[in-house]
Design a binder for this molecule. Structure first.
Ligand SMILES: O=P(O)(O)OC[C@H]1O[C@H](OP(=O)(O)OP(=O)(O)O)[C@H](O)[C@@H]1O
Ligand code: HPA
Ligand SMILES: [Mg+2]
Length: 184
């Protein structure tokens, strides 16, 4: 879906498809350097991280790469985190002794990832690192130690490239600020 299809719902385009793909290649090179020769398990956080996970995993040249998925939710249909993280679908993999990289679309309040990292660490993983395409530094309620970040963005509700408002706009190829009239 192109921005022009939903132009009236968007206030501003922040990142184009090519901005994102350039950044994902950059992140992949950093990850490859850190996990060279190792068996890495990438964990995509459904549903927002589907696009980042699909693009990043295909960009990574790591022969031992495995992919698994977890679904958690803290936003429901609103634009504010409820602060309560629910597991909707758990991993299929055993994490004991594994090197794990959580792949996320966005760190907003940080509540989802700080909870998720602690949860995965408690399962005996050898290491748990985080890769997030977007981060809102001004929205942090808890600090999350992220090894790989794509872009720091303003504290505005954004959609596209996996990110939704009430399940819509996930299929936009870029990332845009949602116009306030859509949710107010
Ligand atoms: O840093 P936080 O404030 O916790 O927000 C970030 C999380 O919120 C969104 O997911 P959401 O819970 O809306 O579910 P979804 O991925 O299915 O859209 C987003 O995909 C992140 O997972
Ligand atoms: O800005 C956002 N947009 C969509 N989903 C989100 N989940 C956390 N922050 C956001
Ligand atoms: Mg999510």
């Amino acid at each position: 879906m192109e921005f022009s299809d939903v132009e009236n719902d968007l206030a501003e385009v922040l990142l184009t498809e090519s901005d994102i793909h350039e950044k994902i290649a950059e992140l992949a090179r950093a990850i490859e350097a850190d996990y060279d020769g190792e068996k890495l398990l990438v964990v995509g956080v459904l549903r927002g991280a589907v696009m980042v996970m699909a693009d990043l995993a295909r960009e990574l040249k790591l022969p031992g790469l495995e992919m698994d998925w977890m679904a958690v939710s803290s936003y429901g249909a609103g634009t504010q985190s409820s602060g309560v993280v629910r597991i909707l679908k758990d991993l299929d993999s055993d994490l004991e002794g594994r090197k794990v990289l959580i792949v996320e679309d966005i760190i907003d309040s940080g509540l989802t990832l700080s909870w998720l990292r602690a949860n995965l660490e408690s399962r005996g993983a050898a290491s748990v690192e985080i890769c997030a395409l977007l981060r809102k530094p001004d929205a942090a309620k808890v600090e999350v130690d992220v090894r790989y970040v794509g872009f720091d963005i303003p504290n505005k509700f954004v959609v596209g490239y996996g990110l939704d408002f009430a399940e819509k706009y996930r299929n936009l190829r870029g990332v845009a600020v949602l116009a306030p009239h859509v949710y107010s």
